[in-house]
Design a protein around this ligand. Structure first.
Ligand SMILES: [Zn+2]
Length: 123
């Protein structure tokens, strides 16, 4: 689910570098970023996850003996800078996979519904 491959064909790469997503799949042409702000959802998820990691780091360090608040703060920022991009990357990949699966399920249901209508009309 978190592999850097196209959710549609499992061949093309989603990311062209560590943080930048290709516009579409080089293998099948599947569009990764469907509209402006498409990845706002995974950004929010990454932000929430970062808060769950960064705040405990700060609190634990800030209340440790021999560590002052400023040092704890610097460690927290360093943690965000190092871990943030990794979380961001994987939340984008996860988002894309989930969305594609959801689209496929919707397509299958639409086809099934169309078939039922056709059957009832006796075609
Ligand atoms: Zn593809």
């Amino acid at each position: 689910m978190f592999a850097n491959v196209c959710p549609e064909c499992q061949e093309g790469k989603v990311f062209r570098s560590f943080l930048f997503v290709n516009k579409k799949c080089s293998h099948c042409g599947y569009r990764f970023e469907k509209e402006e702000g498409y990845f706002f959802g995974p950004m929010t998820v990454a932000y929430i996850l970062m808060s769950f990691i960064a705040i405990p780091i700060f609190v634990i360090l800030a209340f440790s003996e021999g560590v002052n608040f400023l040092t704890a703060f610097y460690f927290m920022i360093a943690g965000v800078v190092v871990i943030g991009p990794i979380i961001y990357r994987y939340s984008k990949l996860g988002w894309l996979q989930l969305e594609t699966r959801f689209e496929k399920t919707q397509d299958a249901e639409r086809k099934r519904a169309d078939q039922i209508v056709k059957d009832r009309q006796g075609k």
